[in-house]
Design a protein around this ligand. Structure first.
Ligand code: M6R
Length: 369
């Protein structure tokens, strides 16, 4: 059942190219337009929407944070992302023109379910992004876009996360298509790149041995910090969550722009800091800013572990360890940049003698509040 792998998590990490491809299958037609028949919310209703609110927990919440960048950039609809457990307790402002997206691998997470019930009571339409056919969250939603990751057994979510991202990109692009916003060359290029992204994920997986070797050298560390900005920020949060869950290490993700507002005080000799570097193309300002962050933390003795696009030479002088990811459009980078962080956490857990598939105190699906 583990297909020759020691752990389900390793198997599920390896299945990601297929999971991503399966989630795209049949949803982009050859002309580059999207067919999301499952989204049973009519185009006219979608055109009326004035706000998107995403609710989710844990890793699914991180997918939502990334989705916000894509939805706002491609559709110009304001998008909020909120932890489902916080959402309904603060009397959120919702009405019939709000589209609520509930993201859940299991479809049974109690907090997410209660959040969507609350949203429907306010008259909002709810679209579920879910991996489990017929589970409660899609059953109680107005529409569902299934991720096709296949069963995810390991408690730590990996392939479900990548497919949640794909589903979020599809929804964002579909909203753009229906509403006619920004439907030009940039979008067509993104759709082409998205169709090919599964091969890029495969290429990342082929280069993971140095990441494993690096993880083994860090097994006795107490803390690992993660920095990113733009869509790299939620990737940093996800990298830190994986490490907490699996390696039981203190790990924290920060927005790199926040460094000087506090976190830089944590930087001391030999602390491993993983930095997710945005592409030097596109938003190059962000790239340059993060390169100076890497210089700053390295000058204070941090051990820099840099995830950067192939061909990005500016980071080389400041990277103690360099992990390369393929060139992708900025908004799609999380699909390739998260993979090394999953491998890193899995290997660290193994090196520390932890149970990879069943981390202590955790359940695969949290059906209580
Ligand atoms: O089934 P869900 O996607 O609703 O689960 C949400 C979280 O409980 C889940 O992502 C959790 O954070 C994972 N263990 C992360 O690896």
């Amino acid at each position: 059942e583990k297909g020759g792998y020691d752990y389900f998590m390793l198997k599920e990490i390896a299945e990601q190219p297929k999971a991503v491809a399966d989630t795209l299958l049949g949803r982009i037609d050859p002309s580059g337009s999207l067919t999301l028949d499952e989204v049973r919310i009519s185009p006219s209703e979608l055109r009326e929407i004035d706000k998107v609110v995403i609710v989710a927990c844990g890793t699914a919440f991180h997918a939502g944070l990334i989705a916000k960048y894509a939805i706002e950039h491609w559709t110009r609809i304001p998008c909020e992302v909120e932890l489902a457990s916080e959402f309904r307790y603060r009397d959120p402002i919702l009405d019939g023109r709000s589209l609520v997206i509930a993201i859940s691998q299991s479809g049974e997470t109690m907090d997410t379910l209660m959040a969507l019930r609350h949203a429907r009571e306010q008259g909002s339409k709810v679209l579920a992004i879910c991996n489990t056919n017929g589970s409660t969250i899609p059953r109680e939603s107005d529409a569902v876009l299934y991720t096709h990751a296949g069963p995810e057994v390991a408690v730590a979510s990996t392939k479900a996360f990548l497919t949640q991202l794909v589903a979020c990109y599809l929804v964002a692009l579909y909203l753009g298509q229906v509403r006619g916003t920004k439907w030009g060359d940039e979008i067509q290029a993104v759709i082409r790149d998205l169709s090919r992204i599964s091969e890029e994920v495969e290429r990342v997986l082929e280069t993971m041995e140095p990441v494993r070797a690096l993880a083994r050298t860090l097994a006795t560390k107490n803390t690992v910090l993660f920095l990113g900005r733009h869509v790299g920020y939620p990737v940093a949060l996800e990298g830190a969550l994986k490490l907490k869950e699996l390696a039981y290490m203190h790990a924290e993700g920060f927005a790199a722009g926040e460094l000087k507002h506090g976190p830089i005080a944590l930087i001391e000799e030999d602390v491993p800091v993983v930095v997710v570097v945005p592409s030097p193309r596109g938003r190059s300002v962000l790239h340059d800013k993060i390169v100076s962050n890497i210089q700053e933390i390295r000058a204070r003795g941090a051990r820099t572990i840099v995830i950067a696009e192939e061909g990005d030479e500016a980071v080389v002088p400041y990277a103690d360890h360099l992990i390369r990811v393929p060139v992708t459009p900025t908004l799609l980078q999380p699909l390739v940049a998260t993979v090394p962080l999953q491998v890193f956490a899995c290997e660290l857990a193994t090196a520390r003698g932890n149970e990879v598939d069943q981390p202590r105190n955790l359940a695969k699906s949290v059906t209580v509040e």
